[in-house]
Design a binder for this molecule. Structure first.
Ligand code: CO
Length: 260
């Protein structure tokens, strides 16, 4: 069931979104060669809890941490570990969900560690851009499949692929609600978009083929071909005034004023 959010609910989700953004600002500042994914998660947890939020990921189907920290060939659900140390040229995605007074926001950023090759930078850029291609279609009267299609079409232009093994999702009082928002699809298919909808739209992009596999820990999802992967996500809400992105950092908000 798709639930439409009231303005009161959207206000609470915005508070959660501000905390998610604060995690990116705080953790972004420590991401450099030598830092472990465990340390990044510890800092994220501190920001989430010190700002009056809980982290719904911890304990979700026994997932052991507040965030997912996924390096290079790990597409999603990387479990933070003291043994996973960032190196120059890596990319690392940080997927964060915060719950503020019963309402959630979910977002992901992929950070470059030190200096990355141009091909790596392009993957990061295209993944982010595909989100913005997708949200062009987040309008009343359109269908969820229009968003999915736009993401896939943009990503494919660069010879990359999108995952078929995970999707974006509705979000609100639960971190995962209907509808599913795949990274691929056909125009005009899927649920109709309505004012009050809140979605976590999250392109999950593979540099090579789309196939993934899950490591024996039951979570870590890697590209089957071992190539790089990338992830970008925001929580977006369709209001009477248009589309709002509620998980932008201060800096991002300045560049994306029309979505704030
Ligand atoms: Co999500």
């Amino acid at each position: 069931m798709i639930t439409l959010k009231s303005s009161r609910e959207i206000e609470l989700m915005k508070q959660a979104g501000k905390v998610v953004a604060k995690v990116f600002e705080t953790c972004g500042a420590i991401i450099k060669p030598g830092v472990s994914t465990f340390e990044i998660n510890e800092l994220a947890e501190k920001v989430i809890t010190e700002n009056g939020c809980t982290g719904p990921c911890k304990g979700y189907y026994e997932y052991p941490a507040m965030t997912c920290v996924s390096v290079n060939n790990v597409l999603i659900h990387g479990i933070p570990s003291k043994k996973i140390i960032l190196r120059e040229g890596d990319i690392v995605s940080l997927d964060v969900v915060a719950n503020y007074k019963g309402y959630c926001a979910d977002a992901t950023r992929t950070f470059e560690v030190g200096i990355c090759k141009d091909s790596v930078k392009q993957l990061v850029r295209v993944t982010r851009e595909s989100f913005f291609e997708g949200i062009k279609y987040f309008k009343e009267g359109n269908h969820v499949g229009d968003i999915s299609h736009a993401i896939e079409a943009y990503v494919n232009k660069f010879g990359y692929s999108v995952t078929r093994d995970a999707t974006g999702h509705g979000i609100g009082s639960s971190m995962h609600e209907d509808p599913a928002v795949p990274c691929y699809g056909k125009e005009g298919t899927g649920p109709s978009i309505k004012v009050g909808m809140a979605l976590a739209i999250e392109p999950m992009v593979l540099e090579g083929k789309y196939q993934t596999r899950i490591l024996p820990d039951g979570w870590t999802t890697v590209s089957k071909d071992g190539k790089l992967t990338c992830h970008y996500e925001n929580t977006v809400v369709l209001t009477e005034e248009g589309l709002k992105i509620i998980t932008l950092t201060e800096e991002e908000s300045k560049e994306l004023k029309q979505y704030v």
